[in-house]
Design a binder for this molecule. Sequence first.
Ligand code: CA
Length: 258
Amino acid sequence: MRASTPGSGEAAAPGANDTVHPKSHIIGRGSVMEKILVVEDEPDMVMGLKDNLEYEGYTVVIARDGIEGIQVAQAELPDLIILDLMLPKKDGYDVCRELRAKGMDTPIIMLTAKSQEVDKVLGLELGADDYVTKPFSIREVLARIKAVLRRKGSRPQKLDSYDFANVKVDFRKSHVIKGGQLIELSHYENEILRLLIANKDEPVSRNRLLDEVWGYDLFPTTRTIDNHIVKLRQKVEDDPRNPAHVVTVHGIGYKFVD
Ligand code: CA
């Protein structure tokens, strides 16, 4: 068994990220301005978001179509991305999917025009962190941004990779190599496995999985988790019906054992 985390030596102390949050338009020495990428083609929307976010103390970078959005995300490495769904050249679904496929775990808040699209945004397992339905108030967007960034800041150091039995997990690439065969993991399968392994030998409740993997209060029933667990077992277990590693803890949830 081997586990590794990036730069574990410089892991921030609990609470250290509190200083990163922007104090509205007062940028003191030593505070870090968080950078937000806005991917949106409507000029009024871009201007409104840019002005308000800058007023709140964020650095703002803009991309006006989907292809530019991916390029700017990779070049600027923003702390958060506000991503419109309807974009020229490449829509928000594809941008989100591609960024996640490239291993970018930057929080993404989707802007959707219709509430019907919400199901798709969350249901397609795109890996978006939250969404706001147009028309929205800037106050609402700011609240979502702060909540998502707070969650990101409180995230513990993430595991990058882990080996067990005949399985090598690469969490950054979201895949496992099992007996020499490469098997892709969905975003949620990857994050469920990462959380279970980070808490090896300890039961992780379904509610905690919902909180930490989906991180969204209104997101699905615990049944959804069970379905993802079934798929995950098919990918990592020798005998998915009698799992040896992703084990059910009755009445609680799941735990990982080597
Ligand atoms: Ca648009």
